[in-house]
Design a protein around this ligand. Sequence first.
Ligand code: F6R
Ligand code: MG
Ligand code: MG
Length: 395
Amino acid sequence: MSAITISAIKADVGGFVGHSAIHPELAAEATRQVTLAIEHGLLVDGTVNACGDDVNLVMTHRHGVDAEPIHRFAWDTFVELTRVAKRLHLYGAGQDLLADAFSGNVRGAGPGVAEVEILERPSEPFIVFAADKTSPGAWNLPLYEMFCDPFNTAGLVIDAHMHDGFTLEVHDLIDHRRAFFSCPEDIYDLLAYIGTTGRFVIKHVFRRDNLDEPVAVTSTSRLSLIAGRYVGKDDPIMIVRCQSGLPAVGEALEPFARPHYVSGWMRGSHNGPLMPCALDDAHPSRFDGPPRVVAMGFQLADGRLVGPRDMLGDVSFDRARRQALEMADHMRRNGPFEPGRLPMEDMEYTTMPEVAERVHDRWEPVAEPATAQAPAAGALAGGAAFQAPAAGARD
Ligand code: F6R
Ligand code: MG
Ligand code: MG
């Protein structure tokens, strides 16, 4: 049994129309590149899909995680797609290629990456989830439910192979550190962090007895933190392996039957429901959304991808879709008011600082009663909390 790596790498290299979808010519060119890479033996297999304005490459190969040739291939493919996007004047052509040139790994250079090297089981079902108009923290709640919540995952109670629970690796995107939480005993500690979805994200999930081979992996990039300014969002991707001592396919899908609110809707600045949808419906439109999630189901056959099956297109998610649309109505009622709009701290990573800069001089001190504690300078709108972004910052 030889190791096989599944790499899901995605980027927004130009939208059609606006930020709503990809153009068919992008999908065709990406498919051509992937086919060539299979013919040349770089990839064992590969497939191209999209969620909103993001192109998703799902690839299998024998090079391991973070392999230079695979990352170079993904980068070169996105560069080729950018050429197509520029020719068609698609919106935001090349927006996720933050680096001027490839330097060994696409992580930190713009594209989102979720990769896992595994020993393929006799039957290896897995799901690649992709979402648009949100960020990697959007996976925290569903991953928690899949791997830690017996009300979602019956196997945690009634499958002896799952009864001991799972270990979750959480990354702090601000302080660049990580911690491991073994569940169920650590779930309260875990929840204390992963509820802050803009900062703490679940990177890997492991079986408790094997911390070498993840059973789930997510992309964790935050483009604004990489670029130091607003450059669009970090529409995330993740791989979840299923069955035989792991969440059943239906247990991995179940969290999406109860839509939850995520951040990233319109201008990366609003909260909205994560609406499960079919691949053919993954085209955010209303208010550039609502945020969407698709699920591509695969079986591996000696490294080859049998699939995808469109898992969230099923009729059993119709009610969740309707519910998400109702939740969208509720949030839209608030317009530019929180919690429809993101809280002030999170707006620092959007185009808001530019606006704050314009009215900065209008704010003047107000005398406080002697006993009152004055807020720190710049703690409120228009103060130093908002630094103007570099000119021309767009998403
Ligand atoms: C993009 C997104 C969109 C844009 C919006 C404004 O991922 O969330 O809602 O932020 O369409 O785009 P610009 O500023 O490019 O006109
Ligand atoms: Mg876009
Ligand atoms: Mg997108």
